[in-house]
Structure formats: structure tokens, C-alpha cells
Design a protein around this ligand. Structure first.
Ligand code: SAM
Length: 324
């Protein structure tokens, strides 16, 4: 599938649920969100049907997200069934890690190719302040099990002023000690994120260079690495990634669409545009009609998120509902 700007769309993020067991303050409102009702949620069969259709149209990689994807009891089954869809080269997951422990072997057996684990702090008090939860040690145990199982993983951290920004050197040191990519993501002014201030990638790099010496840009990137720019620090076993949706928009290379847990195909994080797939699916639309709906939707993908401009149809959903 190509959109109207010639971008090849081959990456799908599926939000398996809009529920999350954490309340990260820049992501989820304090009292949580009004979760969609059971009737509104896509069933496992519907998620798989849409994935098959999109794979037949050129989607090559799927990332499961949420809410928290591991809140679902059947995440392993979904991974296993997605892996048998012809044309898909990778199925991965983004998780807060707090429910990983005890499930890693089953996810690996189902064929999960890699995991991104969100880790904003190593301090239990800051963790409580940022997420409203005491589950930091569950997250760290989940990471340990992923490592022991040999499932490829990355750590993602969103530095937020007045919360965890003092810890970026300590979090970067995870890549100092282990052959793992630690990625810092600029806080996006979306949903609850508008109430906080993040650090730019430039500021993060300056801080890390002050602590660890000059960084060397790593050009050895594979095509599946997404929008991160990677750096190597002398003596580090792993790499540091900087993801700059705000200071360095990568919209011109955007190859992704998102499926929400209630069956809406979203074309851009910032815009509400997209198409409801649940209704035609439940109305028994023919395969050809569904494919046409998908292809026409992709042609509506906006050129850019335009974070700093007024857009006509700004997205009002929270990140927890979209999946990041
Ligand atoms: N619960 C899972 C998790 O925590 O990874 C998946 C969903 S969460 C919405 C996915 C990612 O979005 C997390 O890494 C989170 O830090 C990030 N995120 C949420 N709001 C954000 C914002 N305003 N700017 C940048 N990243 C954000």
C-alpha cells in the first residue's frame, strides 16, 4: 500500500486493549479513561482478520501495544496466530513490563520476535510518582526473564522535566553494562503529554556526552529499526537511541498505521482521521470491499503530525487509547 505522498505503508501497531494497569501521568488521566465496552472491542478473531487483510495488502511488521497488551490473557495466542499469517516478517510488542514475569517463555514459544519495555525510572519512589504504582520490581524481574530467555529487547524511556530527567545517565548505563539498546523518546504534546515538558534529543545527547564522552553516530542500522538515531559511547556494550518526533519529525518516512482496540484504523497519532473497520466487518462486508476500504483509508494519511500547528481534526484520544 502506498499513501498519497508515495510512502509505503508496511508497519501496523495494534492496540490490544485500551486498559492499562499503570497510570503514567503523561499518558493516562489520573482517574483512568472510560474504557470501551466489551461489545465495542474487537474480538481476537476480528483482530486476526484485519491483520490478515492488511498483510495481504503489504503490511510486513506488526507491533502489539495498548493500553497494556499483557492485560489480555490471550496475548500469547494472538502472537502465535499472527506469526502464521503469510507475508508478515515480524511480530513484536511494547509493554510496561510489569506483567511480563512468568509469561516470557510462552511469548517466546508463540514466536514473538522482540519486546520494547518502557522504563522511565529506576527509582521506586519516582516510579510511584510517575505511574501511581509500586510495580518497579516486577518490571525489573520481567526484564531479567526476557534477557535470560534470549528474546531481543529494547528499553524505552521518556524523560520528563521534574520527574525522571535527573536519571537519564543512570538509565543510559543499562546500555553501558549490557548489549541492549536504550532509547530516549521525546515527550510528545499529545493527550496528557501537553501538561508536561520533555527533554529534546539534543539536550539528552549533550547530557550523555558530558557524562560519558563524545558519542559516535551508528550508521549500522537495519531497516526495521524505525525512527531512532543510534549512538555508541566508548566502553558501552549497547547503543543509545534517540527518537525525536518533536525536534526532528520523521513524518516523511512514516510507514505506519494503527488499529485501536475498538477497530478504528488510525492514520497518524496527532490527527483523528481514519476509518471504522468494526462496522463493515460485523456487517459481513466482502473481502474485496474491506480491502478497498483499507486502501482508500491509507490514501487519507496526513502528511505530518504538525505538532506545532493548529490542525483541523486534532486527536482527542489519550496515548493509552492509541498505543503510542
Ligand atoms: N503499556 C505499554 C507501555 O507502557 O509500553 C504500551 C502502551 S504506551 C502508550 C506506549 C509508549 O508510549 C510508552 O513507552 C509510553 O512511555 C509512550 N508515551 C505515552 N505518552 C507519550 C507522550 N506523550 N510522548 C511520548 N511517548 C509517550
Amino acid at each position: 500500500m502506498q499513501d498519497s505522498f508515495g510512502r509505503k505503508i508496511e508497519y501496523l501497531r495494534i492496540s490490544l486493549t485500551d486498559r492499562c494497569n499503570l497510570r503514567c501521568r503523561y499518558c493516562t488521566p489520573e482517574g483512568g479513561i472510560q474504557s470501551s465496552g466489551n461489545e465495542e472491542k474487537l474480538t481476537t478473531e476480528e483482530i486476526l482478520r484485519i491483520s490478515e487483510l492488511l498483510a495481504s495488502l503489504g503490511i510486513r511488521r506488526i507491533r502489539l501495544t495498548g493500553g497494556e497488551p499483557l492485560i489480555r490473557k490471550d496475548t500469547e495466542e494472538i502472537v502465535g496466530r499472527l506469526k502464521s499469517i503469510p507475508g508478515l516478517s515480524a511480530v513484536s510488542m511494547t509493554t510496561n513490563g510489569s506483567l511480563l514475569s512468568g509469561r516470557v517463555e510462552a511469548l517466546k514459544k508463540a514466536g514473538l520476535d522482540s519486546i520494547n519495555i518502557s522504563l522511565d525510572t529506576l527509582n521506586p519512589l519516582t516510579f510511584r510518582q510517575m505511574t501511581g504504582s509500586d510495580r518497579l520490581f516486577d518490571v525489573l524481574e520481567g526484564i531479567r526473564e526476557v534477557k535470560d530467555a534470549g528474546v531481543p529487547f529494547k528499553i524505552n524511556c521518556v524523560p520528563v522535566l521534574g520527574m525522571n530527567e535527573k536519571e537519564i545517565e543512570e538509565i543510559a548505563l543499562i546500555a553501558g553494562k549490557e548489549p541492549v539498546d536504550v532509547r530516549f523518546i521525546e515527550l510528545m504534546p499529545l493527550g496528557c503529554g501537553v501538561d508536561f515538558t520533555g527533554l529534546s534529543s539534543g539536550e539528552i545527547l549533550d547530557r550523555l556526552e558530558a557524562a560519558f564522552g563524545a558519542a559516535e553516530a551508528d550508521d549500522q542500522r537495519s531497516s526495521t529499526e524505525g525512527p531512532a538515531g543510534y549512538y555508541r559511547f566508548e566502553g558501552f556494550a549497547g547503543r543509545i537511541g534517540l527518537i525525536s518526533p518533536v525536534s526532528g519529525s520523521f513524518c516523511a518516512q512514516c510507514n505506519r498505521v494503527r488499529l485501536t482496540s475498538d477497530g478504528f484504523l488510525k492514520l497518524c497519532l496527532r490527527h483523528s482521521s481514519g476509518v471504522d473497520l468494526r462496522t463493515p466487518l460485523r456487517d459481513g462486508a466482502a473481502e474485496e470491499d474491506l480491502k478497498r476500504i483499507l486502501e482508500e483509508a491509507v490514501m487519507q494519511k496526513p502528511a505530518s503530525h504538525d505538532f506545532w500547528k493548529d490542525v483541523k481534526d486534532p486527536e482527542e484520544k489519550r496515548m493509552v487509547q492509541i498505543g503510542g
